[in-house]
Design a binder for this molecule. Structure first.
Ligand SMILES: [Mg+2]
Length: 305
């Protein structure tokens, strides 16, 4: 158990849907900035954004305060990845390593392209289908250098340390040996997944070959350094929200009450706009405070304040 928990607001697959992360005390935190990169020595945390076999493109909202997970929107529509024959949705649990950032102002020596402005992506290959917003600990096994429309977009290959088979996976060659075809499918998936949306095929550095564990860890560490420069304001993150509750050297650090006020304000703003809420409704209690009421209905209620 990681000690972290998640809290959903609004109904999944709506524009208002958010997954906020909380620490072991139940206080709101940023999954981007407040979850430590390391779970243990050489073991990394991973924020699960997209469970395996699902299609909704959920991601850490880097520009929103406290960086909740929300569904990506493209051209005014909620984004789903197509099922690429013969796959169904994402073929791994997909997410990000916290406290990392692919700096768009840094030209990567391996790819010749700048970073994609997001935390580094992870494909987790274990047997369990993880939950959206789950925080797991992973062993890093290798990395793929994807180039997406001229941006560097590293894809870390990792396995959940709690996977029953995790002891057998220690480097990228173990994936080749024990899950034949999975890495080839991974390249094929990333190459083609935007084609159904009218985009070109993605490219790869290193002739689309995976680099090993040591190389991957070096890349992750470099993205951790860029993140630290970002959150300490040594680099201007432009629209990125660096509000956090734990990074002592960060000028963006706030206290738990301020973090709660952010969550309340974000959710209140949806109510004031008259958005539709699903299974969890926001209610004004007798003390003038908002709280959420779980209701067991499949229909959505429309609340306008
Ligand atoms: Mg990325």
């Amino acid at each position: 158990m990681s000690g972290f928990s998640s809290e959903e607001r609004a109904a999944p697959f709506t524009f208002e849907y958010r997954v906020f992360l909380k620490n072991e005390k139940g206080q709101y935190i940023s999954p981007f900035h407040d979850i430590p990169i390391y779970a243990d020595k050489d073991v990394f945390h991973m924020v699960v954004e997209v469970p395996r076999w699902s299609n909704a493109k959920m991601e850490i909202a880097t520009k929103d305060p406290l960086n909740p997970i929300k569904q990506d929107v493209k051209k005014g529509k909620l984004r789903y990845v197509a099922n690429l024959f013969p796959y169904k949705g994402y073929i791994w649990n997909y997410g990000a390593i916290p406290q990392t950032w692919e700096d768009p102002g840094h030209n990567d020596q391996h790819t010749g392209c700048c970073g994609d402005n997001d935390p580094i992506d992870v494909c987790e290959i274990g047997s369990k289908v993880c939950a959206r917003g789950e925080i797991i600990a992973v062993k890093v096994l290798g990395i793929l250098a994807m180039i997406d429309e001229g941006e560097t977009d590293w894809k870390v290959i990792a396995i959940n340390v709690d996977d029953p088979d995790a002891a057998n996976y220690n480097d990228i060659n173990d994936v080749k040996r024990l899950k034949p075809g999975y890495l080839e499918a991974t390249v094929d998936w990333f190459r083609r997944y935007k084609v159904p949306d009218g985009k070109p095929e993605n490219q790869f550095a290193f002739n689309a070959e995976f680099k090993d564990k040591d190389f991957a860890i070096d890349i992750i560490k470099s993205t951790h350094d860029y993140w630290r420069a970002l959150v300490t304001k040594k680099i201007d993150g432009k629209g990125i929200s660096c509000i956090n509750t734990t990074v002592s050297e960060s000028p963006f650090k706030c206290d738990p009450d301020a973090a709660k006020a952010i969550v309340d304000a974000v959710c209140k703003s949806f109510l004031e706009k008259g958005h539709t809420w699903g299974l969890k409704h926001m209610v004004l209690n007798g003390e003038g405070k908002y709280f959420f009421e779980q209701v067991f209905e499949t229909s959505c209620m429309h609340i306008t304040m």
